[in-house]
Design a protein around this ligand. Structure first.
Ligand code: KIV
Ligand code: ZN
Length: 498
């Protein structure tokens, strides 16, 4: 019989650690529900002791989700475990994920401790967590660089203490695939009680080997994989869920099955990218815009004769609907609601009305609205809660003339006006804005991206603005790129702590 591989999704914990990609609780619930529909087994919903926001998200996700196990991260510290247990109180199936660094560099530099003491702390944490829940996962942080013999001692001790899952993270993304696989094999062969726990992989992508290492772990006996949607995560990210699911579907030689409904992969990928304002690179495996686009003549010819000549998977299997309806200004509210639902967003009532109004305004400027436009509109209405809003903007620019911008900004209901010149239209508009909002702010990063392809397209702008020692991330979208830039700057200002 083929073994079951458990999918542990950490998009909302390790994935959410990406600077500037933080979600609020409502958005996290939306992602958690999409993950449930996708068929993941475990959702790591947060690190409750790290902030009240994370605590609250774990509570609310626990209430909102039925089937997957909800997991909360802790350090090997009693207070962390107490808080995690409290955050998980509404979860139908719950897991505490506790652990400690086991590599010599973690033991020496992070903990100023000894190998023996680390085992004691690990065992104590697992025993303490077992007082609250039956399902305790232990992580040996930096296991990728931990000597195998010592790692086996740690793992044997935590299983004896009650760990039900043992996580072997390649925290720094350093391992080679054969090395990581050999580590899992070593544990299978040298940990006497290993049959009492599931081995989990947790691979980072610093050298581009996260997926290869994960598969190598599975081939050597791991039966849980820790992944994120689109491979998002700190630095170069984590193992991409969609890659693992499709490798298993395409290769019968990987002897496991998952519960993933692969047709939900693409909508979930789009939703996460849109909510986190984190574009998916066009050549990203499985979910990138070009993943199924054949542009060379030889390939196109082959695909037309028989699709199998150059395609190893069917785009429909990952939920890419090539005949997806394009919405226009004549599309009704019901068509918009349906499309949002296909994209994983169940929206109704007043919120739908607002999105529909924005949809009609955009459809007036742009003939056809695609999925990215619709997801952008669904995510954009948070600006309504903003204290500072852009009311009007006029820009004069062109070759051989000095660009000038005039704008009106609404601050808590009062309108302020200013004008300025600059070395470009965006520079002029931001200088005018700074005349109104007089703070010592510095633009650190500015990225413009067209959502699809036409000249009538919506441009997305991401900005980082430094103020009072902190960096704030802002986002704006508009068919007018100067307006989108000012919106992004204002989005940053609205996030200033004072
Ligand atoms: O990468 C890592 O080691 C982790 C652990 C906290 C599981 O994310
Ligand atoms: Zn990690």
């Amino acid at each position: 019989m083929t073994d079951r591989l458990y999918i542990f999704d950490t998009t909302l914990r390790d994935g959410e650690q990406v600077p500037g990609c933080q979600l609020n609780t409502v958005e996290k619930i939306q992602v958690a529900k999409a993950l449930e529909q996708l068929g993941v087994d475990v959702i790591e919903a947060g690190f409750p002791i790290s902030s009240p926001g994370d605590f609250n998200s774990v509570v609310e996700i626990s209430k909102a989700v039925t089937w997957p196990t909800i997991c909360a991260l802790t350090r090997a510290v009693q207070k962390d475990i107490d808080v995690a247990a409290d955050a998980l109180k509404y979860a139908k199936h719950k897991r505490i994920h506790t652990g400690i660094g086991t590599s010599d560099s973690h033991i020496k530099y992070k903990f100023n401790s000894t190998r023996e003491e680390i085992i004691e702390r690990a065992v104590a944490a697992v025993k303490y967590a077992r007082k609250y829940v039956d399902d305790v996962e232990f992580y040996a942080e930096d296991a990728g660089r931990t000597e195998n013999e010592y790692l086996a001692q740690v793992i044997e001790a935590v299983i004896a203490a009650g760990a039900t899952v043992v996580n072997i993270p390649d925290t720094t993304g350093y391992c080679l695939p054969w090395e990581y696989g050999a580590k899992i094999k070593y544990l299978k062969e040298h940990v006497s009680n290993i049959d009492k726990a599931i081995i989990s992989t947790h691979c980072h992508n610093d050298l581009g080997m996260a997926t290869a290492n994960t598969i190598s772990g599975v081939m050597n006996g791991a039966r849980q994989v820790e992944v994120t949607i689109n491979g998002i995560g700190e630095r170069a990210g984590n193992t991409a869920m969609e890659e693992i699911a499709m490798i298993i579907k395409c290769h019968q030689t990987v002897p496991v099955i998952t519960n993933i409904n692969t047709t939900k992969i693409y909508p979930t990928s789009r939703m996460v990218s849109s909510l986190m304002n984190m574009p998916v690179q066009p050549n990203k495996a499985v979910v990138g815009k070009n993943a199924f686009a054949h542009s060379s003549g030889i390939h196109q010819d082959g695909v037309l004769k028989n699709v199998q000549t150059y395609e190893i998977m069917n785009p429909k299997d990952v939920g890419i609907d090539e005949n997806s309806i394009v919405l226009t200004a004549r599309s009704g509210r019901a068509a918009l609601k349906h499309r949002l639902s296909v994209l994983g967003q169940e929206i109704d009532g007043e919120k739908l009305d607002k999105i529909y109004e924005a949809f009609l305004r955009l459809a007036d400027k742009k003939k056809e609205l695609n999925d990215d436009d619709i997801l952008m509109l669904a995510g954009a209405n948070q600006s309504e809660t903003h204290h500072i809003k852009l009311d009007a903007l006029q820009v004069t620019s062109g070759r051989g003339i000095q660009p000038i911008a005039a704008l009106k900004v609404n601050i808590a209901g009062e309108i302020f006006e200013a004008a300025a010149s600059g070395n470009g239209p965006v520079d002029a508009a931001i200088k005018a804005l700074k005349k109104i909002v007089q703070r010592q702010m510095t633009l650190k990063e500015f990225t413009i991206q067209a959502i699809t392809q036409g000249s009538d397209d919506v441009g997305k702008v991401h900005m980082q603005v430094e103020y009072d020692g902190h960096v704030y991330y802002g986002f704006g979208a508009d068919t007018d790129i100067v307006s989108a830039s000012v919106e992004a700057y204002i989005d940053c200002i609205n996030k200033f702590k004072h």
